[in-house]
Design a protein around this ligand. Sequence first.
Ligand code: NAD
Ligand code: LMR
Length: 323
Amino acid sequence: MSKTVTITGAAGQIGYQLAFRIASGQLLGANQKINLNLLEITPALNALKGVAMELEDCAFDTLDKISISDDPNEAFKDSDYAFLVGAKPRGPGMERSDLLQENAKIFSAQGKAINDNASRDIKVLVVGNPANTNALIAMSNAPDIDRDAFTAMMRLDHNRALAQLASKLNCHSSEITNMTIWGNHSTTQYPDVGNLKLKGKNTSSLLDKEWVKNKFIPRVQNRGAEIIKARGLSSAASAASAAIDHMKDWTLGTKIDDWVSMAIPSDGSYGISEGIIYSFPVTCQNSAYSIVQNLEIDAFSKESMKITEKELLDEKAAIEHLL
Ligand code: NAD
Ligand code: LMR
């Protein structure tokens, strides 16, 4: 049976990458047919029509039906997977949190539409910024859907960290495991190399603490802005790629002896407040994620994890009326 995948903002930069990769089987494999439900705002419907025409013209083996709409109730009908991408991106000099008030209302409306129309087993990934708090808004507006179904994207930060580390350690990114990004998809995120392994071995003797603190962490925290400065537009292909990595691992499972970073509803693990969508190290099995427990947290990590938690609590306070 076909699976229904909803992409919001499907005529935008990220949506244009995501739709073709998902339709061609890069999310659920060559043996799973996909129905694509593409959502846009009314003025972008003509552009979306063009995207749908191009999708048809690819004649992908794995693509069944395509529907386009400006009505969230239609777009989330029976949806099994939802990529909530449609939202305004930031420009140069802005923080992602500057988008909060403008983008927040999109996610309350879409949370309600998911609640009323989607499969009860839906998996939701919020990409539109500020992603963690937007996911919280969507979750709060979908009381009949399991809270664990709502996640936000930290995988781009996770992948960025792996790329920086591979360059530093002169190895391939696939040889590095056990990387964690804690907290918010913002400059307060905490990229933590405390448990990092290279080819299964501890890396603490290989990474200079000064480099980690003064070069690596700020580089990962500010990579989004670095891309905006270079391209004049925010990251798109790498964001779409990370979105597929996130949803694919959640559905099909993470690699043995490794974990990934996902922003999920906090359950109080590691002393992080419940009621926010915070990034933790997780493993996935049988289509579910669980937080990796009992990692050692040193004083620097603890302080860094609290800083990013505070930012999420502040963002939550700013949109409390939408929850
Ligand atoms: P874009 O402007 O190219 O595309 C966004 C699309 O969303 C537009 O086509 C717009 O018409 C559509 N849209 C706006 N409101 C909508 C609504 N209510 N319903 C449906 N569609 C709607 O932007 P982009 O570069 O594709 O980025 C999209 C979002 O993703 C931005 O908020 C950006 O900051 C964010 N982003 C997040 C990450 C991450 O790691 N979490 C990475 C990159 C970008
Ligand atoms: C990113 O990390 O590339 C995105 O969140 C876009 C941005 O605003 O930085």
